[in-house]
Design a binder for this molecule. Structure first.
Ligand code: SF4
Length: 460
């Protein structure tokens, strides 16, 4: 079918939403929808929302207000624009969105977007459609395969969701309520999707899931497969030269995954492993079900398997009851591990979660002051990590043109952004780059002389 209609998907939040947004667009392609970056030109605008940040729902309502103005303008021009709200806010708010925002035509939960074509057909007849039930059928099996043309435009790296949902119930988090219980996709389904991506020119795959290392999808032999086994399987696929995975839970690290880090060359030496706090008292109140020592033991095993591994983490500052001593334990943990990067947030209550009801909420100014101290420490660690690469040569997957003419941007094995002057013919190839300058967020380098002509000649 020719693409005569346009869809604009705006993605908020994590990589899982970026992936879902791409899959929504893929699913709508056979129904005649082509992607557009301009919301005002679209026949369908999908807001793929995230519930993690504070006041997430309010932000979505204000975004709907912005799109409503475009919808009214389209109507004046005699065009129909449908507005769909998808993702975690849609899952959490459901019918409430229709009540509060009359401009919305569709509300689609995280597990239901494979039904979008049918829902849109109903909305086109004036029905207000809400579908946020957790369905019995497998969303992934029902989705259209990634469209080759659209995939090629999205670049040489791609996310692939292999696991969804969470059974851990950390006391601060809404994910178990919005994404449901842990489920894993079968290996054959993942392999088929990666094959399509590789054919469209993708070189690096990041396997994603709320608890990706809890992966236990059905293997090709019918038995449950671990994440380590899945990574080994994908490492043998033609065209794929790099593998990553995120986000992991310390409790789900296992021998198979440690071994994969030691043995699978394609598995990049970088792991994002949230710890949230360095205090056992707070870890317990968060229901993380691991101690500081157990976390450090996981780090030791990863480093034993792959000594150069880079580590990143998430931290929540000012969780209810956090004392200066607890916070000091977190700072000490950061010093001890030496993270290459980290994300940090001030605790803010999420309605419906146990921590929101806890007494001893920490004052906003205390949280803010602690966050500044923690971020200063993390930034120092990140600078020290990056500085260690000055003068060294790193393999860089060249992903896209940079801001300057003749410049390409890529990623090192340790997920650092690297900028280098290089011919466009090298896009999609892994090139050795000698680091000449270390900035706060990027490394700068030159193609290593002895290999550059070879790569260019190969058109790699
Ligand atoms: S492990 Fe905890 S923080 Fe992560 S998704 Fe599950 S409940 Fe949320």
């Amino acid at each position: 079918m020719s693409n005569s209609r346009k869809v604009h998907v705006k993605s908020f939040g994590c990589q899982m939403n970026v992936y879902d947004s791409n899959r929504m667009a893929d699913t709508l392609a056979p129904a005649g929808y082509a992607e557009t970056a301009a919301a005002e030109d679209a026949d369908l605008v999908i807001l793929n929302t995230c519930h993690i940040r504070e006041k997430a729902a309010e932000k979505v309502y204000s975004e709907i207000g912005r799109i409503r103005v475009m919808k009214e303008e389209a109507a004046r021009q005699g065009r129909t624009m449908l507005i769909a709200v998808a993702g975690c806010v849609a899952q959490a708010e459901g019918e409430e969105i229709m009540r509060r925002a009359g401009a919305v035509d569709l509300v689609v939960g995280s597990q239901n977007y494979h039904r979008l074509p049918e829902m849109i057909a109903r909305a086109q007849h004036g029905e207000k459609v809400v579908d946020t039930e957790f369905p019995l059928e497998d969303k992934f099996a029902a989705l259209s395969a990634p469209a080759r043309e659209a995939t090629a435009k999205r670049g040489v790296t791609s996310f692939v969701t292999v696991q969804e949902g969470c059974d851990k119930f950390c006391t601060f988090c809404v994910v178990p309520y919005t994404r449901g219980a842990e489920v894993s996709r079968p290996v054959t389904q993942v392999v088929a999707e990666v094959e399509r991506l590789a054919e469209a020119g993708v070189r690096e795959i990041t396997l994603i899931g709320q608890n990706v290392n809890a992966y236990h999808g059905e293997g090709e032999d019918g038995a449950p497969s671990s994440l380590g086994k899945l990574l080994r399987r994908l490492s043998r696929m033609p065209g794929i030269c790099r593998l990553r995975y995120t986000t992991s839970h310390p409790r789900d690290m296992n021998d198979d995954l440690y071994r994969a880090h030691a043995e699978v060359e394609e598995l990049m030496p970088y792991v994002h492993l949230p710890v949230q706090s360095g205090s056992d008292r707070i870890l317990d109140a968060m229901n993380r079900k691991h101690t500081r020592e157990e976390y450090l033991a996981v780090i030791a095993r990863l480093r034993a398997a792959r000594p150069d591994i880079a580590l990143s983490s998430d931290f929540i500052v000012g969780f209810p009851g956090e004392t200066e001593q607890d916070f000091g334990d977190t700072l000490a943990l950061i010093e001890e591990v030496g993270f290459a990067s980290a994300f940090s947030f001030m605790y803010s209550p999420r309605p419906g979660t146990p921590a929101a009801e806890m007494e001893e909420q920490v004052a906003a100014e205390v949280k803010s002051e602690r966050l500044q101290r923690l971020q200063a420490l993390i930034t120092r660690g990140q600078r020290a990590f990056n500085a260690g690469f000055a003068g060294k040569t790193l393999d860089v997957l060249l992903e896209k043109p940079g801001r300057l003419p003749g410049q390409l941007v890529g990623k090192s094995p340790y997920l650092q952004a690297v900028q280098v002057m290089a011919p466009r013919s090298l896009l999609g190839s892994v090139a050795p780059v000698t680091i000449t300058e270390v900035g706060s967020n990027s490394l700068f380098g030159e193609l290593a002389e002895h290999t550059a002509p070879q790569l260019a000649a190969a058109g790699a």
